[in-house]
Design a protein around this ligand. Structure first.
Ligand code: DC
Length: 205
C-alpha cells in the first residue's frame, strides 16, 4: 500500500473515550475523521429496520456494499441495543471485507484520524501514528453511563457493565480483525487521565 496521506489510528474498546478524543484531534489538525464504529452501527440499524437476521452474512454484506456513509448522526445509533447489534455483525468476514475499501477511501488530504477497533491492525497498517486507548472496565462503564445520561437516554449502570463486557469479549475474541493494539501502537491507559490530557499527548506525538 503506498499512500503518503497521513493517518493517525485511534483504536480501543467501547467507552474508552476514542470518539471524543478522535474528533478533538481531527479538529485540532483540521483533518478528516473516520468514525468506523458508526459505519457498523448504521449497518446494524439498517439490518434491524429491514428485518435481516444479524447472522445473515450474504445479505448484510450486500447492504454493506451499498451503504450510504453520508448518514446523519442519528440518536438511535448511540443506543446500547444498536451497539450490541453492530458488534454482532462486525464479526462477519464478508461484512468487514465489504467495508474495507470504503474505509480506506476516507484517507483524504490533508490527513485522517481513524477511530475504531482494527484501524491500526487491518484498515491502515501503514499509519504514521497508531494509538491504542485502554481503561478499566469500571471506568469505561461509568463514562458510557454519563454519556448516555447527558444525551437523555435512560440506562442502568449495572446493565451497561454487562453490555460492555459482553461486547468487548466478542470484539476482542472474534477471529477476524479482533480489537487489539498493533505491534507498533502506543498504548495509553486513560483510566486516570482527562480527555484534555489524552488529546494533548496525541497532538504532541
Ligand atoms: O466504536 P463503537 O462503539 O461505535 O463500535 C460499535 C461496534 O462496531 C463495536 O462493538 C464493534 C464494531 N466495530 C468494529 O468491529 N470495528 C471497528 N473498526 C469499529 C467498530
Amino acid at each position: 500500500m503506498s499512500n503518503n496521506i497521513p493517518v493517525i489510528t485511534i483504536d480501543g474498546a467501547s467507552g474508552v473515550g476514542k470518539g471524543t478524543v478522535s474528533s478533538r484531534v481531527a479538529k485540532h489538525f483540521s483533518w478528516h475523521l473516520l468514525d468506523s464504529g458508526a459505519i457498523y452501527r448504521i449497518l446494524a440499524l439498517t439490518a434491524i429496520k429491514n428485518n435481516i437476521p444479524l447472522d445473515n452474512e450474504p445479505s448484510l454484506a450486500s447492504f454493506a456494499i451499498n451503504l450510504d456513509l453520508n448518514f446523519k448522526p442519528l440518536e438511535e445509533l448511540r443506543t446500547e441495543q444498536c451497539a450490541a447489534a453492530a458488534s454482532k455483525i462486525a464479526a462477519l468476514a464478508k461484512v468487514r471485507e465489504a467495508l474495507l475499501a470504503r474505509q480506506r477511501a476516507c484517507r483524504i488530504a490533508p490527513g485522517l484520524i481513524a477511530d475504531g477497533r482494527d484501524m491500526g491492525t487491518v484498515v491502515f497498517p501503514d499509519a504514521q501514528i497508531k494509538i491504542f486507548l485502554t481503561a478499566t472496565a469500571e471506568e469505561r462503564a461509568q463514562r458510557r453511563y454519563k454519556q448516555l445520561k447527558e444525551k437523555g437516554i435512560s440506562a442502568k449502570l449495572s446493565d451497561i457493565v454487562i453490555d460492555i463486557s459482553e461486547r468487548d469479549e466478542r470484539d476482542r475474541t472474534r477471529s477476524i480483525a479482533p480489537c487489539r493494539a498493533a505491534d507498533d501502537a502506543l498504548i495509553i491507559d486513560t483510566t486516570k487521565l482527562s480527555i484534555d490530557q489524552v488529546v494533548a499527548q496525541i497532538i504532541n506525538l
